[in-house]
Write a protein that binds this ligand. Structure first.
Ligand SMILES: [Zn+2]
Length: 589
């Protein structure tokens, strides 16, 4: 069974042009709304503007997502490409029309207008309670924005400067030819980064080691180029944080993520203190693989042979049963996505890889793209992406700007969904060998999303400080090697070639400090899940309230309303207890 999604619920191809025309007219009408804007304007005039703005956004989202999803399902779709370019022009037009309005709302000086003071801003924003947080937050961000001219220069500098540096870095990387030469195996040239990475999961130790060797050989050869690129990005980031008035390099990312600095430093501390649970796992794994000590090459090696495979239909039923055991509404929301045929399920030649969920607008059921291949991991991915969709449906009572959860809460339903599924499958598995594989894979995955990401961010904090002062490539590479030794302790032997690994991590150059988003989201949902396990059904409404809030409220307040303080170390510790229990179960098998 191969499901292709039905994209007509976004906009049909027949209606595409007329929606373009209507949306363009609506965008032009911003001029009339702007003419009426002044600090003393009435609440109702402001509410009328916010509603009109939401309508325009919906038009743009529908127009933008139709070709984007067509292209995701078929990267050679030339119609998708044509439509995408038409929409780009409309988006630019939208940007031009909305810019003076958004500057004015942020309290900036705009020609011909009195500045919008704080008191009147609060009065106006409160007039539309659903969007009050969104507007207040954007005004807060305005505190860090510069005058119009400087902002335009930064935008141009980013697209003609820093963007080009990262593009060049990526071009060097895509040209890599990996010389894959496993002991006792067949030597071959591999040109695809994803393919060489997949050997990290190979059951054959010679293939795992050869894959890393082949990879780092290329990075080592180009290490000075990667260093120059990274140095430029870090210096630019540092200059911008200072110019905008942020306290530290990471602070610019935190503010954009709706999280305060204190919460992030607590998160980093708790994660660092809990490396022991993963180190125990690696020691256990070494024993399973019959080795005195694990090497860095063996981190993702499978234990035994996993041969359970699932049909797509089985996967859907498993996920439904798991979701239903938690909450009927949660399960029904997922069912809506399936029933409306909003999933593109199986791999195809020109389809993009991976998986994602896209929310278009509150009035449109979300879309999910998968590359389902029948493995346990694919079933988890189904639960994860459906979880995102379920979250959006819970929050579809809000306007388009307030539907999508802010970063701290964006992974709540997705990770939660995965967790319920995992524990259900685990409890129903009778065979100890399979159980061991499931738990071992879960620990390895958790290491990758939690511990590894935490240490990447720790490295970035250190690297940004050092690069501002000026260091050489060899110092930076040594810094990364020391960082690895810190996280593995004596549980894993790290080969010297891993000193070049930092240059292989795309996030640190494309989106500095982004990596904590992974462990933040994962640990937050795990902590919620731990609470659900200890409090049982009475905690279900609290979780559903978190999901219903979407992005309409400060994440800190959303969590406080259900009795959670995200800046407290105890809350985060809950998720590590869950991990420690899995590890204990694993050792007892
Ligand atoms: Zn996700």
């Amino acid at each position: 069974m191969n499901n292709n999604w039905n994209l007509d619920d976004i906009v049909t191809l027949k209606d595409f042009d007329s929606l373009m025309a209507t949306t363009k007219t609506q965008i032009t009408q911003f001029d009339d709304y702007f003419a009426k804007m002044n600090p003393q304007m009435s609440d109702s005039d402001f509410v009328a503007f916010t509603k009109h703005h939401e309508i325009c956004l919906e038009g743009i989202h529908r127009l933008g997502s139709r070709p984007a999803l067509m292209e995701a399902a078929d990267q050679k779709d030339s119609l998708a490409n044509k439509l995408k370019n038409q929409v780009k022009d409309l988006e630019i037009y939208f940007g031009e029309k909305i810019q003076p309005i958004s500057l004015w709302l942020k309290g900036k000086e705009v020609a011909g207008k009195d500045v919008l003071d704080d008191t009147n801003a609060q009065r106006l924003f409160a007039a539309n309670p659903d969007l009050e947080y969104v507007y207040n937050y954007s005004r807060l961000m305005g505190r860090y924005s510069l005058d119009e001219k400087s902002e335009n220069i930064i935008t141009a500098k980013d697209s003609n400067g820093t963007q080009i540096i990262t593009d060049l870095r990526d071009m060097i990387e895509t040209e890599f030819e990996f010389d894959f030469n496993p002991k006792g195996g067949k030597r071959q040239k591999i040109t695809n980064n994803a393919e060489i990475s997949s050997y990290a999961y190979s059951a054959n130790p010679a293939e795992r080691e050869a894959a890393f060797k082949a990879r780092f050989e290329q990075y080592e050869k180009n290490i000075d180029k990667f260093f120059v690129a990274y140095q430029a990005i870090v210096k630019d980031w540092g200059y911008e944080t200072k110019t905008r008035g942020f306290d530290s390099a990471i602070s610019m990312r935190n503010t954009a993520n709706h999280i305060d600095d204190q919460t992030i430093s607590t998160l980093i501390d708790v994660c660092s203190k809990n490396v022991g649970v993963f180190q125990s796992y690696f020691k256990f794994k070494a024993k399973q693989l019959g080795k005195p000590q694990l090497t860095r090459f063996d981190l993702y090696a499978p234990i035994g042979e996993a041969n359970t495979s699932y049909s797509y239909q089985d996967a859907i039923e498993l996920v439904d049963a798991a979701f239903r055991s938690f909450s009927p509404t949660f399960a029904d929301n997922a069912k809506t996505i399936i029933a409306q045929n909003h999933i593109d399920s199986h791999p195809a030649d020109t389809k993009r890889g991976g998986a994602f969920c896209m929310t278009v607008a509150p009035s449109v059921t979300p879309y999910v793209l998968l590359n389902f291949a029948g493995k346990m991991r694919d079933v988890s991915t189904l639960a994860h992406e459906l979880g995102h969709g379920v979250h959006s449906i819970y929050a579809n009572g809000h306007g388009i700007s307030a539907q999508h959860a802010t970063l701290p809460l964006a992974e709540t339903a997705s990770t939660f969904g995965e967790m319920i599924l995992f524990e259900k499958i685990l409890s129903e598995t009778k065979d100890n060998e399979t159980k061991k594989q499931l738990l071992s894979d879960k620990m390895a995955d958790s290491y990758a999303t939690i511990c590894r990401q935490n240490f990447i961010v720790k490295f970035e904090i250190q690297a940004h400080e050092a690069l501002q002062k000026g260091i050489e490539q060899k110092d930076l590479s040594q810094m990364w090697l020391d960082n690895l030794k810190q996280q593995f302790g004596d549980s894993v032997e790290v080969d010297d070639m891993f000193r070049y690994e930092w240059s292989y991590i795309p996030h640190i150059i494309h989106t500095p400090f982004y990596c904590y988003s992974y462990n933040f989201g994962e640990l937050l949902s795990m902590a919620l899940y731990a609470k659900y396990k200890s409090e049982g059904e009475s905690f279900v409404p609290s979780i559903e309230n978190i999901l219903r809030a979407g992005g309409s409220e400060d994440p800190k307040k959303v969590l406080e309303s259900v009795g959670i303080d995200m800046s407290s170390a105890e809350f985060w510790q809950g998720s590590f207890e869950l991990l420690a229990n899995w590890q204990k179960e694993l050792e007892e098998l």
